[in-house]
Design a protein around this ligand. Structure first.
Ligand SMILES: [Zn+2]
Length: 267
């Protein structure tokens, strides 16, 4: 099936997607209630960390965002299409139901920022170092955090959210058709080390962002999507491929940290 799967385009508002899109909806893609809230594309706590000045205050102008449709300092950390997905979740799904996911994300981000100068040389990651004895459920909830992001991205583009992904967010142990992977970008490590050498003690830990996404179709049917996000040189990747069964980072206590090849590495 993968041989026949065709990459359509990097996601943006692209006419190539039109035949795959659903009618506009005002409902929560997760539970079907009325959608009343907009999820952050990048967590508000992450944006505050990145925007924090030495005096403890934070300012959006300290956050430089670069994506396919925007390049420049942010005007707001809380509002607008540059920091939020469209209104496509209900209040319950966007707060109490997903709070465990947020907590696992925040714990991982703290670990990453604390270890940003050493993790670049690691070939493997032992989840127990990050989460302790509870590593399995917490690494799964980290995947659910990015699964929710993937759902919001799909719904924002009026694309179908896979049922399996919703079942995973609802508590299924696995989401076979979505592979959650961590990867290291070697070129970003070089930049991180140059920044440290130049006296910037935070290095690349303040560089966060979404990677370009691609959608895939098979015989005119929507069958795949790539979602990617990075903190510094570490990439969080979620790939949905309809009908496949792929392993994910929460299925092993110790996982590989593969290096991206130069073809996959954007500038
Ligand atoms: Zn909901």
């Amino acid at each position: 099936m993968s041989d026949e799967r065709r990459r359509i385009s990097a996601l943006g508002l692209n006419p190539d997607l039109e035949h795959l899109q659903l009618p506009a909806s005002t409902l929560c893609w997760w539970c079907g209630d009325a959608a009343t809230t907009e999820e952050h594309r990048i967590k508000a706590s992450t944006l505050r960390r990145v925007a924090r000045l030495d005096d403890g205050t934070h300012a959006p102008r300290n956050v430089y965002k670069k994506s396919s449709d925007y390049a420049g300092p942010l005007r707001s950390l809380n509002k607008g299409t540059q920091v939020r997905w469209r209104k496509n979740l209900c209040g319950d799904c966007n707060s109490s139901k997903s709070q465990p996911f947020d907590r696992s994300h925040d714990a991982f981000e703290t670990f990453l920022v604390d270890h940003i100068n050493v993790l670049s040389s690691w070939e493997h990651l032992d989840w127990q170092l990050v989460y302790g004895a509870d590593w399995q459920e917490q690494s799964r909830n980290l995947a659910r955090y990015f699964g929710k992001q993937l759902g919001c991205m799909l719904a924002s583009h009026q694309l179908r959210v896979p049922t399996e992904l919703i079942q995973f967010l609802d508590g299924s142990d696995r989401c076979p058709s979505v592979s959650f992977m961590l990867c290291i970008n070697p070129r970003a490590i070089a930049l991180h080390e140059r920044m440290l050498a130049d006296g910037d003690e935070h290095g690349l830990s303040g560089f966060v962002g979404l990677l370009d996404s691609s959608a895939y179709q098979t015989d005119g049917i929507f069958t795949g999507i790539d979602y990617g996000y990075h903190i510094g040189y570490l990439w969080f990747v979620a790939r949905w491929r309809a009908g496949s069964d792929i392993s994910s980072w929460f299925e092993y206590q110790v996982i590989d940290l593969p290096r991206l090849s130069s073809e996959e590495t954007p500038n």
